[in-house]
Design a protein around this ligand. Structure first.
Ligand SMILES: N[C@@H](CCC(=O)N[C@@H](CS)C(=O)NCC(=O)O)C(=O)O
Length: 221
């Protein structure tokens, strides 16, 4: 008997579900998983199960947690050290850049929607706003790796943590849409893509039923 349930959306498209799922798995929570096929922002089944009408949504030992950043913090409470670094300066910075991701980069998210089934959107979505968001993200990653990334390929070094989880869907977008990127950014993206949890999510996305494909998400400009 598990401790609860994590509700997620279509893995192929749901960037927030990927973040929440990564946090839950990093923390090792024993929860069952229910994936709900998304229907373009207004999915009745998501509205039925989730208090906010959005996924990811976690039920764990009677606690109800929505909003991805709250899920990260809850996971850290249950499994201290699984999401944020031990050092205060690093932990503060991880939380800050995770919050910047949670609250921002709207242009990038609109112009380059995540689609794990389509590695061939090169050249699409490169609006000025999306490119400005990408420049800011590259600066965040470069600064974070310069300050805290020694000893491994991830933002805070060897351990993939909550900050990497928050940016994993950005990595997925960069791999799909292939805007111009620095060599360091490309190396970080390759490391995130190769992480076993990220690879497991991609594999599960590839195994989703074809009828979960939502045409509205399959042809970005
Ligand atoms: N601020 C929320 C955003 C969650 C969100 O927008 N989730 C999308 C999927 S990626 C959703 O549930 N959409 C409802 C739908 O498509 O019906 C969070 O941090 O979790």
């Amino acid at each position: 008997m598990s401790d609860g349930r994590l509700y997620i959306g279509t893995r192929r498209y749901s960037s927030w579900s990927l973040r929440g799922w990564l946090a839950v798995r990093l923390a090792g929570l024993d929860v069952a998983e229910t994936a709900i096929p998304l229907a373009g922002g207004n999915t009745p089944e998501v509205k039925r199960v989730s208090p906010s009408g959005l996924v990811p949504y976690l039920e764990h030992r009677g606690n109800r947690v929505w909003e991805t950043l709250a899920i990260c913090e809850y996971c850290e409470e249950i499994a201290p050290g699984s999401i944020w670094p031990a050092d205060l300066a690093a932990r503060t910075h991880a939380r800050v850049i995770a919050a910047e991701m949670h609250g921002g980069f709207r242009e990038l998210r609109m112009a380059m929607p995540m689609n794990l089934g389509r590695p061939d959107f090169a050249g699409r979505g490169q609006t000025p706003g999306a490119l400005a968001d990408i420049a800011r993200i590259e600066a965040i990653w470069a600064e974070t790796r310069a300050r805290f990334g020694a000893g491994g390929p991830f933002l805070f070094g060897a351990a993939f943590n909550g900050a990497d989880a928050m940016y994993a869907p950005v990595v997925a977008r960069l791999l799909t849409y292939r805007p111009p990127l620095s060599a360091a950014t490309r190396a970080y993206c390759d490391a995130v893509r190769a992480h076993p949890l990220v690879a497991a999510w991609y594999a599960a996305a590839a195994g989703e039923p074809p009828e979960w494909i939502f045409p509205g998400y399959e042809n970005p400009q």
